[in-house]
Design a protein around this ligand. Structure first.
Ligand code: ZN
Ligand code: ZN
Length: 350
């Protein structure tokens, strides 16, 4: 049987290994994809570093890491008819069961039986990956493969930004990792009128500025709440998009939000945290909204339209590219904060 290279979490503890393994065989409802590009997500870094979340969440080892990809379909299962060999695909990374209450009521992204690539099942940091045909997203071949690879996190950003009114609004994005930076870019083209962004890494803060933030603040050096108040007639912003998961940033978000504003949360705190329920939510009349994944598949349609419109420039957002074998360099760079999206290429000849 033919073999392939894959980045595998072989055992509990920090790190991962590049191993040779059999190329998987698609089941009747799967497609086998030759991975052309795969991008590193914060989640992958958590699993690589083996933080507290990963220790509690990752049960299956050995398991191939990674979930964001662009690939070419090279084989398909017997039941698959709408995807052809040679098609280029990205993939929704949440595998839904299709029959629970949530799947049946249009909320497959929070399926109670949901599984995630690289978290619950083998992922995509490999030369080949299995994708359920229902999760494969056909790519217009005009869209560069690097952009297709980042459609999944881009969908997170689009889902968060568009989860309420944005046009004509003032916005604060707390935490400019890759999804925060993408959120700034989306808010900008969707008609946000004043965009504030915070981030501890200056490299990423500069990128946020480049893609459309009007005011950028490193909270270790300056006071974001003061800055927001100064430029909103003392009122605060209409919308906060929380992307950091950091308790301090979350508090600054509440302190910057105007009464009656929207507070949409994608960043995941490491542990339970304290919120002043009365002051920050009830009396502020705030709409606080948890965001998980992407809507299946309306967010994907929007993401594809943004990409094909040419109005969204992802070039500044994809900052580093490595061969799959160099995944450790990619992880190191993610850890340093001196990057935005980092891509891995598993095909040695391309
Ligand atoms: Zn991701
Ligand atoms: Zn379900």
């Amino acid at each position: 049987m033919a073999t392939m290279k894959a980045v595998v979490k072989t055992a509990p503890g920090p790190g991962a290994e590049l191993v040779d393994m059999d190329i998987p065989t698609p089941g009747p409802d799967d497609v086998l994809v030759k991975v052309l590009a795969a991008s590193i997500c914060g989640t992958d870094l958590h699993i690589y570093e083996w933080n507290e979340w990963a220790q509690n969440r990752i049960k299956n080892m050995p398991q191939t890491m990674g979930h964001e990809l662009c690939g070419e379909v090279v084989e398909r299962g017997a039941n698959v008819t709408h995807i052809q060999i040679g098609d280029i695909v990205s993939a929704e990374t949440h595998i839904a069961c299709g029959h629970c209450y949530l799947c049946q009521t249009g909320n497959a992204h929070i399926c109670v039986n949901g599984r995630i690539f690289g978290v619950d099942v083998n992922g995509v940091f490999a030369e080949y990956a299995l994708v359920p045909a229902a999760n494969a997203w056909l790519i217009d071949k005009k869209i560069p493969r690097d952009y297709a690879s980042v459609m999944e996190p881009l969908g997170n950003a689009i889902h968060t930004v568009l989860a309420g009114e944005i046009n004509g609004c003032s916005v604060l994005v707390t935490g400019c990792g890759p999804i925060g930076i993408m959120s700034v870019a989306i808010a900008r083209i969707c008609g946000a009128t004043k965009i504030f962004a915070t981030e501890l890494y200056d490299y990423r803060l500069q990128l946020a500025k480049k893609v459309g933030a009007d005011f950028t603040v490193n909270p270790a050096k300056a006071d974001i709440v003061e800055k927001v108040k100064e430029h909103t007639d003392g009122l605060g912003v209409d919308v906060v998009l929380e992307m950091s998961g950091a308790p301090k940033a979350i508090q600054q978000g509440f302190d910057s939000l105007r009464p009656g504003g929207r507070f949409s949360i994608l960043g995941i705190p490491d542990k339970p945290m304290v919120v002043d329920w009365g002051k920050d939510i009830i009396f502020k009349y705030a709409t606080v909204q948890g965001i998980n994944g992407r809507l299946m598949f309306s967010t994907w349609h929007k993401t594809a339209r943004f990409l094909s419109s040419g109005r969204l420039d992802l070039e500044p957002i994809i900052t580093h590219r490595f061969r799959l074998e160099e995944f450790e360099k990619g992880m190191e760079l993610m850890r340093s904060g001196n990057c935005c999206k980092v891509l891995l290429y598993p095909q040695s000849k391309e």
